[in-house]
Design a protein around this ligand. Structure first.
Ligand SMILES: NC(=O)c1ccc[n+]([C@@H]2O[C@H](COP(=O)([O-])OP(=O)(O)OC[C@H]3O[C@@H](n4cnc5c(N)ncnc54)[C@H](O)[C@@H]3O)[C@@H](O)[C@H]2O)c1
Length: 315
């Protein structure tokens, strides 16, 4: 049976990816996570079907034997926050760069076939051109964005130098079940949905006209697996992994009110530092090379997410 390793597998996207890997019977799934922001309970009902290693990607000696001999490594472990990387840059640097290097290095040492790296649309910065195409020169605006771009360069050069078939996928504003709404750094949709359930007016930072390519987490997990199976020609390449659409925060909030059948006007606060104004993926390359085929509309994704948060509250 193939060994599949997911770093950051107890986190939001990682725990959804683990479920998709199990559904598709991809092999023996092993999670590496230090539970910095992830939770073991995110894996609760699949816990007996997977291996779980509570360890830190900054600890090379610890991760080497776990990664050794794996067919595929999905590297998602990170401190994934723009504002956090600005306010407290050292931990982000340590995990997102040193930890990232360790995973690539361990993958080469362990003769891993393919590594899928969770890159970020923050690489584009606030270039005004829309949609964002992979050929645009990265313009990171925060330490987090710069760290994520470096991982893409590692994907390319580890393929060039060591033959590791690494593929970088730039995720665009992912949302869905198990996104943690409790931290000051939480994704905006998880905050919107908990505000909706609590019947509270959300606070939108900025005027709400900033737009994002919101991508439902199952579509992201599906694309990760497609990237693991695509031919060798994808090695070393960075792909946009968004939906190819964009919606303003004001529109998302009004859609959520419509779904719920209530009226709760949003409040507005000062914009976040390092935030980009608009984001939308050109997915031509991912469709052509990886067979990217997102299935969930924003409305459908929001309904499913809302339902999950409700059930989670009730449990
Ligand atoms: N959520 C998004 O919209 C989005 C967008 C672009 C890129 N990404 C990338 O996707 C990946 C997953 O993000 P997420 O939203 O699921 O975040 P998350 O915080 O839920 O998951 C990150 C996981 O990494 C783990 N982790 C952190 N530091 C670690 C370390 N030193 N060693 C081992 N594990 C560690 C955390 O405990 C957590 O389980 C990240 O690499 C992030 O940069 C996410």
């Amino acid at each position: 049976m193939k060994k599949i390793v997911v770093t950051g597998g107890a986190g939001f996207i990682g725990s959804n990816l683990v479920r998709s890997l199990l559904e598709q019977r991809e092999g023996k799934v092993i999670v590496i996570d230090n539970l910095f922001s992830g939770k073991e309970e995110n894996l609760a009902e699949v816990r007996n079907e997977i291996g779980f290693e509570r360890m830190d990607v900054r600890d090379l000696n610890a991760i080497l034997p776990v990664i050794d001999g794996a067919d595929t490594v999905y590297h998602l472990a990170a401190i994934p926050s723009v504002p956090r990387s600005i306010e407290d840059p050292v931990p982000s640097h340590d995990t997102n760069l040193n930890g990232c290097f360790n995973v690539f290095h361990a993958a080469v040492q362990g003769k891993v076939r393919r590594l899928i790296y969770a890159a970020s649309s923050s690489a584009y910065g606030d270039t005004e051109v829309l949609p964002k195409v992979e050929t645009m020169i990265p313009r990171p605006k925060s330490p987090y964005a710069a760290q994520k771009v470096m991982g893409e360069y590692y994907a390319r050069c580890f393929y060039e130098c060591y033959g590791l078939e690494a593929v970088a996928l730039r995720f665009f504003n992912v949302y869905g079940p198990r996104q943690d709404p409790t931290s000051a750094y939480s994704g905006v949709l998880s905050l919107f949905i908990t505000a909706l359930i609590d019947g509270k007016n959300p606070t939108i930072l900025g005027d709400g006209e900033q737009s994002r390519d919101f991508t439902y987490v199952k579509d992201v997990a599906g694309l990760c697996i497609k990237a693991a199976h695509a031919g060798k020609h994808v090695a070393g390449i960075t792909y946009n992994a968004g939906n190819g659409n964009r919606h303003t925060l004001n529109k998302v909030w009004s859609l959520l009110q419509k779904i719920e059948g209530i009226e709760l006007p949003a409040k507005y606060g000062p914009p976040r530092s390092g935030d980009v104004l608009h984001s939308q993926a050109d997915t031509t390359l991912a469709i052509r090379d990886l067979g990217h085929d997102p299935k969930y509309s924003l409305e459908e994704g929001l309904r499913l997410t809302l339902e999950w948060y409700r059930q989670d509250r009730a449990a």
